[in-house]
Design a protein. Structure first.
Length: 139
């Protein structure tokens, strides 16, 4: 008789572990991002590319998009740099995204002038790859 109670207790304990474990896992899983919104933002950003004086806006906006994606995917960190470190295993082109993010920082915090279209292109390709890796843009 006592062994039946132990068996029942063990079964209930396993069931509780499964229920709570599944709910914890589902809560921790990163949400899917709204690709349509990110695609629209990327399209708007591209309007800054024809004129040299608006290139910095394109870089700054692309950086903000990646940071928004990192936050939405729940990467840890107080700053974008910390979130990039948290996401580094999920990003296929770490050097490119860091190059792009550092360019953004120079634009915002230093007197940095963009003179080469290739630099802007490389930075934007780095941001785009990060957005793809994070699921914000289609691959």
């Amino acid at each position: 008789m006592i062994s039946n109670y132990y068996l029942l207790g063990a079964v209930l304990a396993v069931m509780l572990l499964i229920v709570f474990g599944a709910s914890w896992f589902l809560k921790r899983r990163a949400p899917k991002l709204n690709q349509a919104k990110f695609q629209e933002r990327w399209k708007d950003l591209q309007q800054h590319l024809p004129q040299k004086q608006t290139w910095p806006l394109a870089i700054i906006n692309a950086d903000k998009m990646v940071d928004d994606a990192l936050k939405a995917r729940r990467y840890k960190g107080k700053t974008m740099g910390e979130r990039l470190v948290s996401a580094q295993r999920d990003l296929t082109a770490n050097d490119r995204i860091w190059y792009a993010h550092k360019m953004r920082n120079k634009l915002v915090h230093e007197d940095y002038n963009l003179t080469r279209k290739n630099d802007v292109k490389e930075a934007l390709l780095g941001f785009l790859q990060a957005l793809k890796d994070l699921g914000a843009m289609p691959k």
